[in-house]
Design a protein around this ligand. Structure first.
Ligand code: 3UK
Length: 537
């Protein structure tokens, strides 16, 4: 490890022991990075130094347009506030809370510039969840959108580690804008070690205490050199847009790091549900879109009402992309979706494809820089065609902040993502289910998402979720929760129609023996189905 520039050594002190890290691969020439590296210097300062400061960088609500130089000036002023007024020292953890806005992005870069560690949190988190994060990461400072102040104030009362909270979007005399206004627009970005921790991202885990994943400056740059140039191939003229929060590493990469790595621009939307995203694509003439599979499904139905002629590339991640959704999107826009599986533990996407080798129903192939295989429970690599555990390694990997669960995620140098996959004969990785979501019914192994994909092919089905429920005779039976498109009967006849449809689409033993109609399905803020909530219902 290079000599740290962190005066507060909390992150290094709480890394997992070296022997519990995954093996790291830096085979690609573009992953030969220097020992000293600050991701803000690379992604932001570099453009200004190269005379590109006037290029458009970020757009936000109210016609806001910031060039690279504008963003740099803002981030520099906030960096001065952090250091001069709040006494932030390198290595301190700074919590960020806000909807996606250019202001939040400026805060993120300010934290990087002073060599502190960004702990971005999902806007919907409540006080109790914020306190867990603050306590676990020993967060000392926070920058918070004033409109989301309340829950953080409640959390602060519970969590004495959090000393200072500054609000942005506030007219208060001690608000962040007022404090930043008089500060110099120049700031010398700290020369951090490439393996100094830059961010701690908490997983959207569904059970137990949240896990903090530690990522270095080197990791932030590494992900910009793997998936984007090989699968997305963005240009400096692209306009990125999408829904994932910057607190979700899918959004951080897709809406901030990737556009800035090529000198392109991004639109940061505070509200980016399917209904808002389509008109925004038209309004900003966006060319690259990042969102979840369910959003593409909803948007496909409304696409013809909007001018999407600017759109060039569409990326789906967070959940498996059903073949039906890929087809719907292609039919309504002409665009072949780029699917990719990523994980907070690996920072971003590691198996994906570009439009030329997209295969319906498959996630793709390991992207350059990463290796993947499918293993059995003993860690033996399985031959193609057999379902097992997905194992991955590459330049990034899992390092949980002081967490025993490190031993579950990393085994023999491989990251085990918790997904059941198979490798097909052509080298494509085909998603089956989360390992805990595999259904065993009457001796058959059934992957819930495969049954979901079949149901989604039926025109009355808007959304669905499939789980296993206990059954005296079969151990488990397949149960589907179905949201119908408006105007369709939720009755016994419909149940039989859907059951027969699944039997005719995939192997009949996989059909849902039980079907329950729902008005909506439980989802996380990052768009993932919460099957555990259906199981306990
Ligand atoms: C699932 C997928 C099938 C899979 C993420 C892109 O989702 C992200 O991170 P999380 O930590 O969840 C990781 C888990 O989500 N998953 C994600 N993408 C896909 N399953 N197909 C996909 N395309 O179970 C994985 O283990 O919330 C996604 C980039 C950054 C991310 N953090």
């Amino acid at each position: 490890m290079a000599e740290t520039s962190h005066l507060d050594t909390f992150a290094r002190d709480h890394l997992p022991p070296r022997e519990q890290w995954p093996e790291l691969l830096f085979d690609l020439p573009e992953l030969q990075l220097p020992d000293r590296l600050n991701c803000a210097a690379e992604l932001l300062d570099r453009w200004v130094e190269q005379g590109q400061g006037e290029r458009l960088c970020l757009q936000g609500a109210g016609g806001l347009r910031w060039s690279y130089a504008d963003l740099q000036a803002r981030a520099n002023q906030i960096a001065h506030v952090l250091v001069d007024e709040f006494g932030v020292v390198p290595g301190n953890r700074v919590l960020l809370r806000g909807a996606n806005t250019p202001q939040l992005a400026a805060c993120w870069f300010a934290v990087q510039k002073v060599g502190a560690i960004a702990v971005a949190t999902m806007p919907m988190l409540r006080a109790m969840e914020l306190s867990q994060v603050i306590d676990k990461a020993e967060v000392s400072h926070a920058l918070c959108d004033a409109r989301l102040a309340e829950e953080l104030t409640l959390a602060q009362a519970q969590s004495p580690a959090l000393k200072t909270v500054a609000h942005f979007f506030s007219d208060a005399a001690d608000g962040l804008e007022a404090r930043a206004a008089g500060k110099p627009t120049r700031f010398a970005t700290l020369d951090t070690a490439a393996d100094d921790c830059a961010l701690i991202a908490f997983t959207s885990g569904t059970t137990g205490q949240p896990k903090g994943t530690m990522h270095f400056h080197r990791d932030v740059i590494a992900i910009t050199r793997c998936w984007p140039p090989h699968c997305l191939r963005p240009t400096r003229d692209d306009v990125f847009i999408g829904s994932p929060p910057l607190a979700f590493t899918f959004g951080l990469g897709g809406l901030l790091l990737f556009p800035m790595s090529v000198g392109a621009s991004a639109v940061l939307l505070e509200k980016a549900g399917p209904d808002a995203l389509l008109p925004a694509i038209a309004h900003y003439r966006a060319s690259v879109c990042f969102t979840a599979p369910t959003a593409y499904r909803v948007m496909a139905a409304q696409a013809s009402a909007h001018d999407l002629s600017s759109l060039r590339k569409c990326v789906s991640a967070g959940e498996a992309l059903p073949a039906a959704t890929r087809q719907l999107w292609k039919d309504s826009t002409g665009i072949e979706l780029i699917d990719g599986i990523g994980a907070t533990e690996l920072l971003h996407i590691f198996i994906s494809h570009d439009e030329s080798y997209a295969r319906p129903g498959a996630t793709g192939k390991p992207i350059p820089g990463y290796k993947a295989c499918v293993m059995d429970d003993e860690g033996q690599v399985l031959p193609p065609g057999q379902v097992g555990k997905l194992a991955v390694k590459g330049p990034t990997g899992c390092r949980y902040l002081a967490d025993e669960r490190q031993r579950d995620y990393v085994k023999n140098g491989w990251n085990l993502t918790g997904d059941a996959y198979l490798l097909d004969a052509e080298g494509y990785f085909v998603y089956q289910a989360r390992t805990d979501d595999m259904i065993v019914s009457g001796g058959y192994n059934i992957a819930g998402p495969e049954v979901e994909s079949a149901l989604l092919l039926h025109p009355v089905v808007a959304e669905c979720a499939v789980i296993g429920v206990g059954d005296a005779e079969r151990g488990q039976i397949v149960k589907a929760f179905v949201v119908l498109h408006p105007g369709h009967a939720a009755d016994e006849g419909q149940v039989r129609v859907l059951q027969d449809f699944v039997k005719a689409t995939i192997a009949p033993y996989k059909y849902p023996r039980a079907i329950e109609f729902r008005a909506s399905l439980p989802r996380t803020e990052s768009g993932k189905l919460q099957r555990f909530r259906l199981r306990s219902a």
